[in-house]
Write a protein that binds this ligand. Structure first.
Ligand code: IMP
Length: 199
C-alpha cells in the first residue's frame, strides 16, 4: 500500500518527490487517484489545513496520506499572509497578484524579516494523524528576482544566501526550504512507518 501525497500542485509535488527520492521512499500522488475529492482549505491554521487534507484523502483512498500546508509569515505584517498565502490578493488571484500585493504592503517597511513555514500531516486510512513542521527564515526584497520555483520565491532570500529562492537551483532550494526541513523531520520521526508504506 503506497503513501498518497495529498496535493495536486505540480510544483510542490516535484519538490516532495525530489526530497523523498533522497530518502529512497516511493510515493504516489493524488493525480494517480482521479476520484480523490478536492479538499477545501478552510481552516485558520496551517496545522488545521494539513490535517484536514491528509485525513480526507486517506479516508477517500483507503491509503495512508501525507499533506502539507505552507505559508509565508512576514514580521512587519504581523505574520501575514500566513495561512492565507495562496489567496492573499483575493480568491482567484495569481502568484503575480500576491507578489504585487506583498510589495505594496511592504513599501518602506524597514523590517524585512520573514519565514516560510510548512506543516506536514500524516494520516492512516482511519483518520489517525500526526504532524511535524519546518521553517526557512529569510528576508523580503524590494523587487522580483529570478524565475525558478513558484509563489513568493522571487521575493524571498533565505538566510545565508544572497539569491532569492527563484534564483537558486531547485537542488539548493530542496535542501534548505521549509518543506525540505519539515519533510526531513517527517522522514526521521516517522522512519519506520514510512519505510513500511513506501518501498
Ligand atoms: P500551500 O497552501 O501549501 O499550497 O501554500 C500556500 C501558498 O504559499 C502558495 O500558494 C504559495 O503562494 C506560498 N508558498 C508555499 N510554499 C512556497 C514556496 O516554497 N515558495 C514560494 N511560495 C510558497
Amino acid at each position: 500500500m503506497k503513501l498518497v501525497i495529498a496535493t495536486r500542485n505540480a510544483h510542490k509535488l516535484e519538490e516532495i518527490h525530489a526530497i523523498f527520492d533522497f530518502y529512497n521512499l516511493k510515493v504516489c500522488s493524488a493525480f494517480e487517484h482521479p476520484d480523490v475529492p478536492d479538499v477545501v482549505e478552510d481552516r485558520d491554521t496551517l496545522e488545521g489545513n494539513a490535517i484536514k487534507k491528509a485525513v480526507e484523502i486517506a479516508k477517500a483512498t483507503g491509503c495512508w496520506a501525507l499533506a502539507d500546508d505552507s505559508g509565508l509569515e512576514v514580521d512587519a505584517l504581523g505574520g501575514a499572509p500566513g495561512v492565507y498565502s495562496a489567496r492573499y490578493a483575493g480568491e482567484q488571484c495569481s502568484y503575480e497578484d500576491n507578489n504585487a500585493k506583498l510589495l505594496e504592503q511592504m513599501k518602506n517597511a524597514p523590517d524585512r524579516s520573514a519565514r516560510f513555514r510548512t506543516v506536514i500531516a500524516l494520516s492512516d486510512p482511519d483518520g489517525n494523524f500526526k504532524t511535524v513542521s519546518g521553517e526557512c527564515a529569510g528576508l523580503i526584497i524590494e523587487d522580483l528576482r529570478g524565475t525558478n520555483g513558484f509563489g513568493y520565491d522571487p521575493l524571498f532570500i533565505p538566510d545565508g544566501y544572497s539569491e532569492t529562492f527563484a534564483e537558486l537551483s531547485s537542488d539548493i532550494k530542496n535542501r534548505i526550504s521549509h518543506r525540505a526541513n519539515a519533510l526531513a523531520r517527517a522522514c526521521e520521526d516517522w522512519a519506520d512507518t514510512l519505510r513500511k508504506r513506501c518501498q
